[in-house]
Design a protein around this ligand. Structure first.
Ligand code: NAX
Length: 329
């Protein structure tokens, strides 16, 4: 058996960083063969074809086939996993409403085509921004596919947060666990350390041994650094995050399929957990069990955390309203 994986925007930057790692087994392990479908718009087909040539030249043992197409029905036909990376970027002078409308025009039809053509066990990781609302639109458009088969990537935010904590504690990142991202994959997100641990100890205690004002550090340094890391990468690198985003998309999808031994963060459809309105795709601390995300429930949230989550969730509500105003949902 092999897993059929559709990657949209495969001719773009993140696509290029994803394809070779998937072919090498980084996502589904060293025993699972993969069939790759590279779905592009006509302008992106040449770049995807070039990547396909290089995939052949990689002579990957696990790579059973590569197909490039600009036809969504062909691209999603029989796919078990879909990574929706291709999206419309914000152009100069583009308002948020225009951006949502342009992306609704992509993710709505893709959701419909997934419902019509994908395999019964399909799981869809949405990377293209605005990722949470794009996932919401795709899920709402995919009649007959359970909404929990769609999730949005906030793993990059979690990884960025873990790395910042590791640097602040001068500790290996591998020991930093249970960092939660709440809300939208945007500057309003809330990276939460209240339950995070370093080698099993509370991170907040360890930070308290190193600094007088942990809350001040969280507010003035940690949260803005994580939430605006994408802009920092653009400033330094001259281009947006690519390899780290691809890495996060691989980890997210791998964990979803294989399961987690602890918790991580993902944008999943709310059923009202933690007061997040049902139906929104919001980031939560989650576990993956049996191929399904499960929100970690019962965590205590103080007023400070509650207010930050509410701010980010309010932005998600606004995005949903804007999309509804377009008649999409
Ligand atoms: P690129 O512009 O390099 O690539 C995008 C590709 O998508 C292009 O090749 C384009 O032709 C293709 N495309 C556009 N519309 C399509 C459609 N309808 N069907 C199929 N393909 C289509 O962007 P890249 O740097 O690869 O980023 C891709 C997306 O990831 C962007 O929306 C970006 O904002 C988002 N990101 C999301 C992150 C996350 O954590 N959720 C982090 C990284 C990144 O910013």
């Amino acid at each position: 058996m092999a897993t059929t994986i559709t990657i949209t925007g495969a001719g773009g930057q993140i696509g290029y960083a994803l394809l070779f790692r998937i072919a090498a087994g980084d996502m589904l392990g060293p025993d699972e063969k993969v069939r790759l479908r590279l779905l592009e718009i006509p302008q992106g087909v040449k770049a995807a074809e070039g990547a396909a040539l290089e995939l052949h030249d990689g002579a990957f043992d696990l790579l059973e086939s590569v197909e490039v197409t600009d036809d969504a029905a062909t691209g999603f036909d029989g796919c078990n996993l879909a990574l929706l990376v291709g999206a419309r970027p914000r152009g100069p002078g583009m308002e948020r409403g225009d951006l949502l409308a342009a992306n609704a025009g992509i993710f709505g039809p893709q959701g419909q085509t997934i419902a019509a053509r994908a395999a019964a066990d399909v799981r869809v990781t949405v990377v293209g921004n605005p990722a949470n609302t794009n996932a919401l639109i795709a899920a709402a458009s995919a009649d007959g596919v359970p909404a929990d088969r769609f999730s949005a990537l906030t793993r990059l935010d979690e990884n960025r947060a873990r790395a910042q904590v590791a640097a602040a504690l001068d500790a290996p990142v591998s020991g930093i666990r249970r960092v939660s991202i709440w809300g939208n994959h945007s500057a309003t997100q809330f990276p939460d350390l209240a339950h995070a641990t370093v080698d099993g100890r509370p991170v907040l205690d360890a930070l308290g041994e190193r600094m007088d004002d942990v809350r001040g550090w969280l507010e003035e340094t940690f949260i803005p650094r994580v939430a605006k890391r994408g802009a920092e990468i653009i400033e330094v690198r001259g281009s947006s995050s690519v390899a780290s985003a691809a890495n996060a998309a691989i980890e997210h999808t791998r964990d979803w399929v294989a399961g987690t031994d602890d918790w991580t963060s993902a944008g999943v459809v709310s059923r009202g957990e933690y007061g997040v309105p049902a139906g929104l795709v919001s980031s939560f601390p989650v576990r993956a069990v049996g191929g399904q995300w499960q929100i970690v429930e019962g965590l205590e949230l103080d007023d400070w955390a509650r207010a930050r989550i509410d701010t980010s969730v309010a932005e998600l509500v606004e995005e949903r309203e804007a999309v509804r105003a377009l008649g999409v949902l």
